[in-house]
Structures are given as C-alpha cells and as structure tokens.
Design a protein around this ligand. Structure first.
Ligand code: ADP
Ligand code: CIR
Length: 343
C-alpha cells in the first residue's frame, strides 16, 4: 500500500477533506473479499485532485469495511447519517409535476435515469472481465424479451461504427469513452468489451450496460413533461425487475459504485435555457442550492454549458424517495423559469 497521499492545497474533494492520516492508518491494509483495497477506493480522487468526491466502491462490502472514510462522505453529500434508513417510492401518483414549460420556451429535454447493479456481483471497479461479459450477455438477453413500447435492440460498443457512436453521444443518448475519473477507478478496464446500449425505436427508453454502473436505466424525451418521463421509467424498472435482481441494502438503498448515486441512484434532469439568470452565477447557484440541485454542462458531468443551456438535476439521492428526487428537480426548475421570465 502506498503511503498517505498528498493533495494540492486548493483541493476541494470530499476525499481530501475526510481522509485523515488516522483513518488511512486504520484502513490501509484492509481488503474486501473481492480484493478491493482502500487505495483502489481512493485512486480516482488521488489521480484527479479536481474531483468533487474522489472515491468509488468495489462491492457492497466496501461500504462497511471502509465506512470510517465513506460514511462522512455520504453524510456530507446526501445529508444522510449512519443510522438513517432509506425508503423507496416509485409511484407517479405521488408526484406533483404538471409541465412547467408547456410552450417549450425554456426546457429542451427531460431525462431521468437510475443506476443499478447485479445482486452478489462485484461493482465495476472490482469486477473481472468474465463477470462483466456475463452481465452484458444476461442483461441484453433479459432486455430483448421486453415487449410493446419497451421493445428494442441491444448495440454492443465493440461492434459499433465510429460514426454511429459519435452521433449517439452528440444526441445525448450514449456515454462517452475515456472519462479520467472512471479510468482511475478501474471502471474502463477491457474497454470497449462488455459495454453497450439498448434502446427502443423512439430512443425514449434506454439502458446503458457496464458503464459506471452495470445498468443505467434511462427515460428521456424532448420538452418538459417530467411526469411522463418518470412514469415511463417506473414501468421500465418494474418490467426489468421481473427477471433481474439488483444489489440493495435497507440502509443504503440501491448499491452503486459512486457513493453519490446510492439510495435511489436517480438523477432527474432537464436541459434548460437560462441565458439571463446564468449571467448572475451567484443568484443561479443560490436558487439551485435552495432546491438541492446540481448544475452540469450539456454534455454530461464535468462538461461546460453552451449557449446558456444547462443540465439541472437533483443532487440528493439517498434518504429521499425517487418521487422526492424528481420533486426537488421540478420545484427548483419551476422557480428557475419564473426568475428567468422576470429578468
Ligand atoms: P449520468 O446522467 O448518468 O450521471 P452524465 O451527466 O454523464 O451521466 O450525462 C449522460 C448523458 O445524458 C450526457 O450526454 C448528457 O448530456 C445527457 N443528458 C443528461 N440530462 C439530459 C437531459 N435532460 N436531456 C438530454 N440529455 C441529457
Ligand atoms: C468526482 O469525484 O468528481 C467524480 N468521481 C464524479 C463524482 C460523481 N458526481 C456527482 O457529483 N454526482
């Protein structure tokens, strides 16, 4: 095990904040049953001092074995304590979300995704190639039996032409290759084998296989009908759950490789045009903070905004229900639109 890592002085990651020499000494020689060590968990944040968080889990056991480091990070990110428990609510009837932009003036598109991982399998950072390939085969086969508007096709990354790949990425349907945070976490090993995307003809229901999580189940469409997007996602999840068992804990909810995704593993976002408000980033950020929202650029995490268009999504995912995640986004977006209109 290498020695205690050094971080640059301006480092703001939660890893840098919570990894004390005492915690490092306590955990440095521990490994999970899958051989995942403390250093494996922190490598991404050590290699990338500009990380917001900087840690990944290799398996469910990582969350208990490395709890002295991970619990304070989870608590700070989600506002969720060691003794709290997680509750799920995927009932669209509990969501109050009439389209906040019926004339399509501000919201370009809406997307809601959840992350899922297979029960009793290591997570991506600790998985073997054979295990990852088996997941690809099992999940693509389970998805191919869906019918009606959920029916679609699976496209493996390996067989995909560069043109098709580039277009899918540009249109926001497919994940990008080469993310340096995932690379250091061991999530890009054996790329591109074992990875791919399933989608229906309309590309309103999609599943990423073996990216940061083993499944990312996605519902998306143009415009701001958030309820319709959520409803479609809940139907898709319940159909997939009929044939696949997911990693879940009563305390941490759905188990994911990045602790920011624990719990609901849900990110509900809109791409929204806010050219006036975004000229005053402090005001923009204050509204987002009030509703627990995160601001991203329009090509995903760690990307920049273009033309005053931002990706606005719920930040909390653990200790709140799925309905609450979407409601956070909805309530905040409604206020953002109202402020933009008044400027
Ligand atoms: P994740 O949502 O899985 O955390 P990213 O932030 O990397 O991942 O985003 C993945 C892709 O989804 C990117 O291409 C991003 O632009 C796209 N995306 C996210 N939200 C929306 C949205 N509301 N409308 C259209 N595309 C979106
Ligand atoms: C980071 O620490 O910045 C990356 N490992 C990504 C963390 C997940 N992002 C987030 O804020 N939800």
């Amino acid at each position: 095990m290498p020695s205690f890592p050094t971080f640059p002085q301006n480092c703001k990651s939660l890893l840098c904040k919570h990894l004390t020499p005492k915690i490092f000494e306590l955990l440095k020689d521990k490994a999970t049953a899958n051989g995942f060590t403390l250093y494996d968990a922190i490598r991404s944040g050590v290699d990338n001092p500009d990380s917001g968080i900087g840690v990944y889990a290799g398996d469910l056991e990582s969350y208990s074995l490395f709890a002295p480091l991970l619990d304070p990070i989870i608590e700070e990110y989600h506002g969720f304590g060691k003794i709290d428990s997680h509750k799920s609510d995927l009932d669209p009837n509990h969501l109050n979300a009439p389209n906040p932009d019926p004339n399509d003036e501000f919201i370009l598109s809406t997307r809601i995704r959840v992350g899922r991982n297979i029960k009793d399998m290591p997570l991506g950072p600790a998985i073997t190639k054979a295990q990852r390939d088996k997941i690809e085969a099992d999940i693509s086969s389970a998805l191919s039996s869906l019918d009606g508007w959920l029916s679609g096709s699976y496209y493996s990354l390996q067989g995909m032409s560069e043109d098709v790949k580039a277009k899918l990425i540009e249109d926001h349907f497919l994940f990008k290759a080469g993310d340096r945070f995932l690379e250091s976490a061991g999530l890009n090993r054996d790329w591109p084998t074992g990875r791919g995307i399933f989608h229906n003809d309309e590309k309103t229901f999609l599943v990423w296989i073996n990216e940061e999580d083993q499944l990312r189940i996605i519902s998306m469409q143009m415009g701001g009908d958030i309820l319709e997007v959520f409803t479609r996602l809940t139907v898709a999840i319940s159909q997939i759950e009929k044939s696949v068992s997911f990693a879940y804990s009563d305390h941490l909810g759905y188990i994911t490789s990045c602790p920011t995704n624990l719990g609901t593993a849900m990110r509900a976002s809109v791409h929204i045009k806010l050219p006036k408000l975004s000229k005053n980033m402090d005001k923009f950020q204050t509204i987002c903070d009030k509703y627990h929202l995160q601001i991203r650029g329009i090509h995903g995490e760690h990307s920049e905004s273009e033309g005053g268009v931002y990706d606005i999504s719920n930040k909390r995912r653990l200790g709140v229900t799925e309905v609450r995640c979407v409601q956070d986004m909805y309530d905040g977006v409604t206020e953002l639109i109202s402020v933009e209109k008044g400027l």
